[in-house]
Design a protein around this ligand. Sequence first.
Ligand SMILES: [Zn+2]
Length: 433
Amino acid sequence: MRYFVVLCVFLGTIFGQNLPFDLYKKGTNDGDTLLVIGGIHGDEPGGYFAASILQTHYTITKGNLWVIPNTNFESLLRNRRGIYGDMNRKFHHIDKDDKDYEDVTRIKQIMLEDEVDLILNLHDGRGFYRHNWENSIFNPAAWGQAFIIDQEVLNTTKTKYNNLDELAKLVSENLNEELIENHHTFNIKNTQTKDKDEQMKLSLTYFAIKNHKPAFAVETSKNLTQLVQKVKYQLKAIESFMDIMKIEYKREFDINNLSELEAVINDFQKITINDVIALDLNSIRGHLYYFPLKKQSNEFVFSHPLGSVLKNDKRYDIMIGNKRVGALYPQQFSYDEKNKNDLITIEYDETSTQVPFGTTLEVKNHFTIKADEKYRVNVIGFAKDGVENENDIKVEYKEFLKRFSTDPHNSTFRVEFYRDGMFVGTILVKFTL
Ligand SMILES: [Zn+2]
């Protein structure tokens, strides 16, 4: 499986502003450009996980796809609609001291770029939209399972995609051919914003409309029981728009196989910390204690577009969107930056190798660290009486206290390296039992 490993750096709280979002531009530079915006509401994971998967698991072979998967980043990490208020009501006017000011201003600039031909704003909405009242869940006031348009037609010659109603019909008919359950039908909700909806006049899509850019909100239902169902519908809708726009793509999974899609959603990839520690987030214990971190300015680099950390007074929570995949309880150290690019010799099983910090080494039975004598080596979960430096000591799996493993399967352990009281880096040893 091929990954676009794009680094997303979290450098502590940006004072006074929401966390910045990321824009990924994929494609071939000729042909039309679709802009997909996920996560404007932080408690709507169907939309933002779909956008994230566009970045990690799609290749664009013709035309262009621009993706913002983490629009209201801090809110989605905290699973809240908007920690600084409703971001989707700030597109008509926003005060300069609003904490969303920089994000909203940047989104507007991106939307107005000449290349952008069509815009999708992804949401999970309440209930199931129906033209006629059926009950409290299926009714005209609901938003779920609908394409939201502000008006039927854009009265401009600046775009060939000006019949919003017709385009939404095409896409919804396509989705309705293959529903997971019959009541998941998609409909078109025309808010007739100009005449009837003062609130929608403040929204992202109406800002686009006013600037002659076709825009749709894609709403899957919050009432769908599984995230994977929402993500599937979002991706199918986006694919339908790409088809209309003659944007061609390759996808690295079978979208109709829900368990395969679920595995894609739950692939949290990897985190690198301060360049010298790397953890596999698909196989990490819920809590890691005595974790060597700097007092401040720690650098957490995720390969997943929705990855970031949330710091509280005790720990750093490792987040992928609204999912907490692990937690680090820090022990403060100064870092030795001078030696961070050293290679460490390790003898293991019947062989020997040299590896940089941040490596995970697979071992069958035993290993011996053969570091420079200036290092103090601490093999976490291994202790021998009277030994303070575990350099040049043969270590076997059976000697470990399993609760110190970094993974829930008791197979991977930290080997930490120190020099002159400072921390240098970590190598993980993974026993392939
Ligand atoms: Zn929403």
